[in-house]
Design a protein around this ligand. Sequence first.
Ligand code: AMP
Ligand code: ZN
Length: 466
Amino acid sequence: MNKLKLYNTLTRQKEEFRPIKAKQVGLYTCGPTVYNYAHLGNLRTYIFEDILKRVLIYNGYQVKHVMNVTDVGHLTGDRDMGEDKLEQGARREGKSAWEIADFYWAAFRKDMQRLNLSEPTIWCKATGHIKEQIALIKKLEQKNFTYKTSDGIYFDTAKFPGYNKLSHQPLAALQEGARVEKNDEKKNPTDFALWKFSPRPPDGGEKRQMEWPSPWGVGFPGWHIECAAMSMKYLAHQLDIHCGGIDHIAIHHTNEIAQAEAATGKKFFNYWLHGEFLNTGRKKKMAKSEKNFLTLERALIKKNINPLAYRYATMMVHWRKPMEFSIKSLLAAENGLDNLYDELKKLGRKNGKVDNDYKSKFLATINDDLNIPGALATVWGLIKSDLSAADKKTTLLDFDQVLGLNLNQIKAEKLVIPDEIKKIAEERQKAREHKDWIKADELRKKIEKKGFQINDNDQGYELRKI
Ligand code: AMP
Ligand code: ZN
């Protein structure tokens, strides 16, 4: 049996994956902050997570996948300073924060469909889990991990040993990074808000739209508490894998671990997987704040490019390697995907059996830390092999459970073989029966020159278009 190995940020090693419950996996993926469209960078991370989920299922695991929707509490500064992105979006578009959240969550789900990303088992919104977040903060308060400032309740990171265990950065470096956003009331620069008080607007000023009563005062939850509270609620005894992009390592996920482990005294998730960035020009990450971001709609749909070409493009780069976005590479991926579809069309309508050798090669490749570029090489090796068309087709459709390229929707071309070709093929078959290999070879070349390929098999031979 081929063991699944995954690179775990926590241990900085490729490790054999062992779930807490046999044959079942709890998977938590940090979801979208719904104040704007997702950009291609965000979508790269979601594609990697979808492939991880498909690989788990292909390996026979039952996956309980939880994805949150951040619809409150994510501030423009990652360190609890600035404005709530949802409230900012509402002002930008003259809508309510709730409308903004609904609109961009729907847009996100549409992108998911276009990219063939399977829906999570459970969607959970931060605004739908205020009670759970308050309960978790209370627990932290009881255990003495919190303190109050003029703008909220904060987590005291100095009280949590091993605060830097996910990032592997010296504490001093984390503190230094955190100083970027100045907040004199914090005890340590890395401390973060669990609950923020609603700012009191000057007379006539705008009031926050999203706020709730709490034991500490009216306000809203911090960004990191939602994922800790909701993952523990829905994956209580299945805290197996937690994912996100690499930007989540040093702040968001580090803080999730601190809160969850401080509250429970138990290890939070066992495996932490972080996808590398999509960059645009000179290694600059694609980001909403940088205004260099491209949406699926703008970069592909409006240009009539199949959105799955972007899925295919991301699959050509390993998830732990940075990917540079360019129109040229996108078009190359579109071409590659079209070629794959064309090859499939030529394989005819008949189904065969899944080829064991190719399947084990494919499985070994995907199980080696999700080596999808390697798996695509196996796909092309299979296409070029001398297996029968029916077996190739069935094996490809089996692989597509992981690739998610909608290969089952590709209709086979009706294969019309001209009489002339049929005649040469029969002549060649006779030459083979008489062991006249030289003549058989000449006739094969003649067939190929006329645009057909002949493959010998147990039943005789098979013709197909080149
Ligand atoms: P957000 O909606 O900003 O909370 O981000 C959603 C997901 O996209 C998170 O997992 C981020 O880590 C990830 N992400 C953000 N920017 C990029 C990027 N340029 N490339 C890949 N993933 C990204
Ligand atoms: Zn999260």
